[in-house]
Design a protein. Structure first.
Length: 137
C-alpha cells in the first residue's frame, strides 16, 4: 500500500519513465491512474517472481544438504560393510585352520583348553565348539 501511495505522487511523465525502466509494455496510451495500477501490478508480479526464485533456491540448498547427508551415510555404510567383510574373512581363516585339523587333533585342543562335552560331537561341531570358545587353532 505504501508503494502505491508513493507512486501516486509521481507525474505521468515520471510514471512513463518508470514503466520504461521496469521493461513494462503497453503503457504509452494509459492515463495516470492506469499507469499507477500497471506499475503496482508489475511490482507485485516482480516481487512474486523474486519470492519464487528465493523459494526455489532454498529448495535447492535443502536438496544439496539432503544429498550430502545421503553421501555421508553411504560412506559410513561402506565402512561398516568393509569391517564386516573383514570379520567374516578372519572367521573363515580361523575356521579353515580348525577345519584343516583332524578330529583327534580337535579333541586334543578341547582337552587342552578345558572344554567339556565334546566326545559325542562330529568334526564340524567340534570346529564350531572351539570357535565359540575363542580357540583359533
Amino acid at each position: 500500500m505504501l508503494f502505491t501511495l508513493t507512486i501516486a505522487n509521481l507525474t505521468k511523465a515520471e510514471l512513463v519513465a518508470l514503466c520504461r525502466e521496469m521493461g513494462v509494455r503497453g503503457y504509452s496510451r494509459l492515463n495516470k491512474p492506469a499507469l499507477i495500477q500497471l506499475v503496482a501490478a508489475r511490482s507485485v508480479a516482480d516481487d512474486t517472481i523474486e519470492r519464487q526464485a528465493l523459494a526455489i533456491e532454498c529448495i535447492k540448498q535443502a536438496g544439496q544438504r539432503q544429498l550430502e547427508i545421503l553421501r555421508r551415510a553411504e560412506r559410513e555404510i561402506a565402512l561398516v560393510v568393509k569391517e564386516q567383510v573383514q570379520a567374516v574373512q578372519e572367521l573363515e581363516c580361523t575356521n579353515s585352520a580348525l577345519r584343516a585339523k583332524t578330529k583327534p587333533e580337535l579333541i586334543v585342543l578341547c582337552k587342552q583348553h578345558g572344554i567339556k562335552k565334546y566326545s559325542t560331537l562330529r568334526k564340524k561341531q567340534l570346529v564350531e565348539l572351539l570357535h565359540t570358545n575363542g580357540i583359533m587353532a
